[in-house]
Structures are given as structure tokens and as C-alpha cells.
Design a protein around this ligand. Structure first.
Ligand SMILES: Cc1cc2nc3c(=O)[nH]c(=O)nc-3n(C[C@H](O)[C@H](O)[C@H](O)COP(=O)(O)OP(=O)(O)OC[C@H]3O[C@@H](n4cnc5c(N)ncnc54)[C@H](O)[C@@H]3O)c2cc1C
Length: 571
């Protein structure tokens, strides 16, 4: 086997997204998974809007659209359910209309098992890379310019294992909450050790519902955590009637309910008061106990951790899998540039610097929801625990205070706090924020004037996209100087795309007047509006969009561009 650049340990969503990001960048990977079969079950099934945008960035949105479902209406019943009780609809996730700047404003549902299948299939189809099952990382040694990994291959039923030593440039531990990589790095896993947490938990898993008893159109709940709570949510697998369940609450003996199928079904019948609900086989079943922890550093030297390996938390709020996706992409593009010897290894420290504040904030939000749901001070607080705030859609996640972000328009005082989960509330668009979308952008010079594109169609994990907001009618010389500066950057053709964005009122309609990769006319004015640039601006405004879809630089000319890439590349 040829030596890959990066060894990825763990084939959950984090490892797979990291692999795809690296592969899209031309970096070779090997993905190892210690289990002898792929994980089953619903688990992280709520895909937040920002994760959908990340899927688009990675070129896998069409795959997702084929299999996803929209969030189900949540209907709550008493426990036990009264005769003919119709249930009350709970406003858990508010459906919000899409907007030109946020074209995916409400999340999707896709059980984690199917999400992982989608990712594995795409990786195999596009790159011929498959996950190596029964292959476990046992230890590693980190050296100045490489990592040595010791791997054990379990040979099922043979009772023998084979050992292998591999040399790689980097190692990524996407190996879940009990991460071997985190432990060997000696990173602390700080969190809540309070006794009261140990008393809480739920039985979770998936079960086959026999047809005709419960439809697959709504998410049903009975009772509450002060006594007993049951949730039955459709798994939405075509031609199957599987339901994802969780059962918890003060009166529930979790170990007993999780001990076998009969106990589980008895508990469901008791909580619902309905023994007309018939079940088939149990797909998976286990007790979940809250573990709320994170590490202070997401890596050391050439070894990194991501996803649950770096942070574990309550599923309330549906942020876990979604945060792992963002870790994986944040790390992926940086590792790619360092592997290509275009960026200094020091850029990799920004992975920890950018993700730690975001994850710490996420932990406090999901923990607050957890306490309201499982240890409510009042019925009102419990109702709040089921309401998912807008910020959980993750549009506001930002890296405004990162050391590799450059903002020539806005500045912050040394002590000024920035909420890593909320940007854009004040109507500003700053470096470090999510790069907004804008539709109805018409490529100038194309014969078919009805072909439009959007910014989210252009962003790509393999390059920086530089948006130059300017009108050649006023700024032709300045635009060309900017483009020339960019062409002078190392490997610019491979890692940077330039786009000149003309204001709606521009009379320039000849793309040959610019040497940019693309010239777009902002036909409806969305681009200028969403990026807060005046159409009659006297100087170009430049947004440097990073490969992860965040604005890296907001600058006004060549000095700013050189300064930004001075932070990113070996110049
Ligand atoms: C009941 C429940 C509901 C949830 N709901 C949501 C939700 O709605 N939304 C959401 O965002 N998140 C949710 N989550 C959280 C989500 O499931 C996790 O955050 C997600 O699985 C983390 O992905 P990961 O790839 O980081 O880790 P994992 O999925 O844990 O994958 C790690 C992989 O690494 C492998 N591995 C471990 N050690 C080694 C080794 N030494 N060598 C090789 N392989 C190894 C493991 O076998 C495993 O396959 C939920 C979790 C639970 C339990």
C-alpha cells in the first residue's frame, strides 16, 4: 500500500468529512475503523442549515437531497395517552422561509447511519478510497516531519491479529469520545463531574414498527422527564418502518428497560398506555448517560483530534455531529495547504484557536438545554428546553478574533468580547463570519444571459475565492493591480479563484476587460447588499473567502491582500 499523507482514525461523520475535504484538495488519505462493521442507528440525524452549506461546499448536496427528509412536526401526548387524544404540536424547530442570503434556512433530517453511507459512497466513487474495517490504531509516535502509527488488523473469527507500522505526514484522531489519540496526546478532557449528572440518562436506539400502527409522518412524544418521557421519531428509511426511540425520566429504570426487547416494548406500552402499537426487531439499543467535556487543545505537532474525540455533550440542541463536520473542514483545508508545502505548519495552531471558543460556547448552549429538559426548575423551563433557538442553526458561528483573519473595516478592542456563535445580528458582515450567499449573479460575457450562478455555487474546499467588488468603469486600474498581485502569489492558479463582482448599475458587459477567473454582474443587487458594499463605492472592496466558506479577509487593496496571504501562505 502506498503511503498516504494523512491517516484518519475513525470512520464516523467527522473522519469521513475530513477525508473528503483532504481528497478534494488532492491529499491522499487512509481511513481506518476498528469496528468490523459500520455503525448502525439514528444518533446525529438533525442536520443544521450550516452543515447543509458545508455539504454544498464539498459537492455532495445533490447526494443529500436525494435521501434527506424535512424535520417532522413534533406532537406531544399525555402519559398514558388518553382515549382519542389528538396530541399537541410542539414548536421545536421553527420553519423559516429561505432567503437569498440563506438558501437553506431550516435543517434536514437524515439518520447518521445513512449519512455515513452517503459519505463513504462518495469517497469511494470519486477517489476509490474505502474505509478499512477491523483496523485499529493502537499507538503512535510523533516526529518532527512525520508520524509513525502502529495499527492492529483484527482478523474476524481467526483469533489472530496482524500488526502494521505506517509512516504518514499527519494523523487525525476522529475516534470518538473515548479517543485513543486524545489520550495518547495527554490532552485533558475537562468537564462536568457532578454526581447529579450520573443519575440522568436515557435508553436510546432504533426499533422496527409493524406497519399500520404508527405512520412515518410525525415525531411523537409522551410524558416528560419529571416521571417518564418517550420519544418515537421516524427513521425515514424508504420501504421500512423503523422508529428512533428514547426513553428517560425520574421513574424509568434505564438498565432494566435496555436489558432486552421485551422490557423495552413493555416500557413503551406502559408510557403510552397503548398496547395496540406493535413492534418487530430491535435494530440497536443502549443507555446514554450525559458526558459533557471538551479538551483545551485540538492537537499537538502533527497529530490532531476532531469531533467527539475533542468534545462530547448532550444531544439536546443537535450540535454534536454538526460541530464535528465544522472541525473536520476547518482542519482539512489547513492540513492540505501545509501538506503541499504552501503554508507554514504554524497555521495549524489556528485550528485549536478557532474551534475552542466555538465549542466552549456550543457546550454551554447544549448544557443549558439539557438541564431545562432533564432537570427542569418549572414546567415553563421544560417547555423552553424543547425550543431550538435560531443560533443552533450555526449561521452565526464565526472566527472574528482568529489570528489568521484580517479585517480592514472593523476592529476589536483587546478586551472586547465576541460571541463565537452569533455574528451578523447587527447587520454587519465581517472577516471571520460565514460568507453569505447571493443569487442571480450573471456571468458577464456569456451568450446565454439567463444562466445565473450564486456565491455558494462557487465556494470550494480546494481554494480561496477572492471577491473583488468593483466597477471597471470607475476602478479598472485598481482591479487589474489587485488581480496581478494575486497572480503573483505562490501556486495562485491552483489555490485561488478570482471573481470580479460588478454592481447592478454597472455598464461594463465585456469580461475580456478583466483578467479575473470570472466576472459576475449582480443583476438584483443581492451580492452588494449581503456583503454590505455600496454600489457606487469609489474603491474596490475585497472579500477573501476561505476554503471552508468563512470570510478570511475584508480588505481594500493590494496591501491587505498581501497581508492576509502573509498569514496563510509561505511568502
Ligand atoms: C442518542 C444520541 C443522539 C444524538 N443526536 C444528535 C443530533 O441530533 N445532532 C447532532 O449533531 N449530533 C447528535 N448526536 C451526537 C453525534 O452522534 C456525535 O456527535 C457524532 O457521532 C460524532 O461523530 P464522530 O465522527 O466525531 O465520532 P463517532 O461517530 O463516535 O465515530 C468515531 C469512530 O472511531 C472509531 N474508533 C475509535 N477508536 C478507534 C481506534 N483506535 N482505531 C480505529 N477506529 C477507532 C469508532 O469505532 C467510531 O466508529 C447524538 C448522539 C447520541 C448518542
Amino acid at each position: 500500500m502506498s503511503t498516504p499523507n494523512v491517516l484518519i482514525v475513525g470512520a464516523g461523520p467527522t473522519g469521513l468529512i475530513n477525508a473528503l475535504t483532504l481528497l478534494r484538495n488532492g491529499i491522499s488519505v487512509r481511513i481506518i475503523e476498528k469496528q468490523d462493521s459500520f455503525q448502525l442507528g439514528t444518533r446525529g440525524c438533525g442536520m443544521q442549515p450550516r452543515t447543509i452549506e458545508m455539504y454544498k461546499l464539498l459537492g455532495i448536496l445533490p447526494d443529500l437531497l436525494e435521501v434527506k427528509t424535512d424535520p417532522f412536526p413534533v406532537v406531544k401526548f399525555s402519559s398514558p395517552q388518553g382515549d382519542d387524544e389528538e396530541g399537541k404540536v410542539i414548536p421545536m424547530v421553527e420553519r423559516i422561509e429561505n432567503t437569498p442570503s440563506r438558501p437553506y434556512n431550516t435543517g434536514y433530517m437524515l439518520m447518521q447511519e445513512r449519512q455515513e453511507h452517503l459519505l463513504r459512497t462518495r469517497i469511494e466513487k470519486d477517489y476509490g478510497v474505502t474505509v478499512e474495517l477491523s483496523t485499529e490504531l493502537s499507538s503512535f509516535e510523533e516526529h518532527e516531519d512525520h508520524v509513525i502509527a502502529h495499527i492492529v488488523k483484527h482478523v474476524p473469527n481467526a483469533g489472530e491479529n496482524t500488526e502494521e507500522t505506517v509512516k504518514v505526514d499527519f494523523l487525525v484522531g476522529a475516534d470518538g469520545g473515548r479517543s485513543t489519540v486524545r489520550k495518547q496526546l495527554g490532552l485533558p478532557f475537562m468537564g462536568d463531574d457532578s454526581e447529579s449528572l450520573k443519575e440522568i440518562g436515557m435508553v436510546a436506539g432504533d426499533i422496527e414498527a409493524l406497519e399500520g400502527t404508527l405512520d412515518q409522518k410525525v415525531w411523537r412524544m409522551w410524558g416528560d422527564t419529571t416521571s417518564n418521557l418517550l420519544s418515537l421519531r421516524p427513521c425515514a428509511i424508504p420501504h421500512k418502518t423503523h422508529l428512533n426511540f428514547f426513553i428517560g425520566g425520574a421513574d424509568v429504570n434505564l438498565e432494566k428497560v435496555a436489558s432486552n426487547r421485551e422490557e423495552l416494548v413493555n416500557a413503551i406500552h406502559a408510557i403510552t398506555g397503548r398496547d395496540d402499537i406493535k413492534f418487530g426487531k430491535v435494530i440497536n439499543l443502549g443507555v446514554w448517560r450525559p458526558n459533557i467535556r471538551m479538551t483545551s487543545s485540538f492537537g499537538k505537532g502533527r497529530v490532531f483530534i476532531a469531533g467527539d474525540a475533542a468534545h462530547v455533550h448532550s444531544p439536546t440542541g443537535g450540535q454534536g455531529m454538526n460541530s464535528g463536520v465544522q472541525d473536520a473542514i476547518n482542519l482539512g483545508w489547513k492540513l492540505a495547504l501545509v501538506s503541499k508545502n504552501l503554508s507554514p505548519p504554524s497555521i495549524l495552531t489556528s485550528y485549536t484557536a478557532e474551534r475552542v471558543p466555538v465549542i466552549a460556547t456550543m457546550l454551554s448552549k447544549t448544557t443549558e438545554l439539557f438541564h431545562k429538559t432533564f432537570q427542569p426548575a418549572s414546567p415553563e423551563k421544560m417547555a423552553e428546553g424543547w425550543r431550538r433557538g435560531y443560533e443552533l442553526r450555526m449561521f452565526g458561528v464565526n472566527y472574528r478574533k482568529s489570528g489568521i483573519i484580517l479585517d480592514e473595516k472593523y476592529s476589536y478592542g483587546a478586551d472586547e468580547a465576541v460571541d463565537p456563535y452569533r455574528s451578523g445580528d447587527d447587520g454587519t458582515v465581517r472577516a471571520g463570519d460565514r460568507a453569505p450567499d447571493a443569487p442571480k449573479l450573471s456571468p458577464v460575457g456569456q451568450t446565454n444571459a439567463t444562466t445565473y450562478t450564486t456565491f455558494l455555487d462557487l465556494y470550494n474546499p480546494a481554494y480561496h475565492t477572492i471577491l473583488v467588488f468593483a466597477d471597471p468603469g470607475r476602478n479598472r486600474e485598481a482591479i487589474e493591480t489587485i488581480l496581478e498581485t494575486i497572480r503573483g502569489l505562490p501556486s495562485s492558479k491552483d489555490i485561488i479563484k478570482t471573481v470580479v463582482v460588478l454592481p447592478q448599475t454597472s455598464s461594463s458587459n465585456d469580461a475580456s476587460t478583466s483578467s479575473a477567473d470570472m466576472v459576475l454582474l449582480d443583476t438584483e443587487g443581492y451580492a452588494y447588499k449581503h456583503y454590505d458594499v455600496a454600489g457606487d463605492s469609489q474603491q474596490p472592496t475585497v472579500f477573501i473567502v476561505r476554503p471552508d466558506g468563512f470570510i478570511g479577509g475584508l480588505v481594500f487593496g493590494v496591501e491587505g491582500i498581501k497581508k492576509y496571504f502573509g498569514l496563510i501562505l509561505k511568502l
